[in-house]
Design a protein around this ligand. Sequence first.
Ligand code: NAD
Ligand code: DAU
Length: 354
Amino acid sequence: MILVTGGAGFIGANFVLDWIATEGTPVVNLDKLTYAGNPDNLASLRGDARHIFVKGDINDRALVASLLQQHQPSAIVHLAAESHVDRSIHAPGEFVQTNVVGTFSLLEEARAYWGALTEPAKSQFRFLHVSTDEVYGSLGPADPAFSELTAYAPNSPYAASKAASDHLVRAYHHTYGLPTITTNCSNNYGPFQFPEKLIPLMIRNALEQKPLPVYGDGQQIRDWLHVTDHCAGIRTALHKGRIGETYNIGGNSEKTNLDVVHTLCAILDDALPSHAPHAKLIAYVKDRPGHDRRYAINATKMKNELAWSPAEPFESGLRKTVAWYLSHQEWVNNVTSGAYRNWVETNYANRGTA
Ligand code: NAD
Ligand code: DAU
């Protein structure tokens, strides 16, 4: 039994599905179901006793304490977070509340639970904190990729809130001995990603023949990793990672945003030739404030210590992802009704051109 937080979100849902398919042991899934959480992501587990869904907030300490007591998990895999950089620019408060205070609350309850465990459960317990490469800030074109030794330099409220949570996790290991492991991962893509993020947003807009809003000059670089590779990386770090360590997880797949959008357009041209060329929809819009120019992960530690490497090449992963969104348009319609429209208005309506 493990406790997963944020398991109804993009990576969390993929992780729960992957865990039950590969490990087969039960998962308690604690998720607040914010706009980004969707129980439909786990529809294939309906009726499966190995998935216990609990709607709730990681800040609800009484709830977390009772779940730990009741289910006696051997690990907590902490994914719950506010995750979108643009939203953190418009409304940072929720990011501090969930990512910083929420992680603190979870750590406190984990410490109390772990402190009362007896052997061998106590030695076996792990707190795995899922974090991001954004804590390291922005790279120049010739800089080496982020390693676990790169100094923290978060630039957005989102990145700062994740950096703060990483520091709390580190301190709980250093001070109290809590058996923690932190993973810092690059940009994920794949099924169930909410269409506020670059790839699913571009797919959705292209299908609706709407502009494809590229921030600034589109030359920012991200290191793309298919979500299934990230899930395998988290499982590997949980099983084999050294207590108190951090591990960088990345795709060895640096692309400019413009390259990603052009590749998406080419894939969509093949799938929907009557709407080709989709690239005619590309629109340069005002840049994101404080926009990080380049992220790249050096995942050598994961490879050398834990024998993990990414398996899915970006081009095939992107084709599979486009195919998933084309065959799940009802999912897209469901998650983009209502409040999504307000977000699109907030982020894009007054943006103007680059
Ligand atoms: P997401 O926004 O899709 O999902 C977040 C989930 O957390 C949602 O289901 C939401 O309902 C839940 N949640 C939010 N606040 C909560 C709270 N207070 N209590 C309980 N549940 C709450 O995010 P994601 O993209 O799946 O990211 C998951 C984790 O991975 C985050 O910690 C994020 O920082 C990290 N990460 C994401 C990426 C990426 O590319 N998406 C890369 C590296 C790391
Ligand atoms: O690097 C890991 C991080 O990747 C995670 O920690 C975050 O949770 C996740 O959201 C992601 O952050 P990014 O800001 O890199 O992802 P996003 O999809 O929002 O944007 C990717 C790039 O595309 C970024 O340079 C901004 C740009 N962009 C994004 C959107 C939504 C555009 O040009 N236009 C857009 O409309």
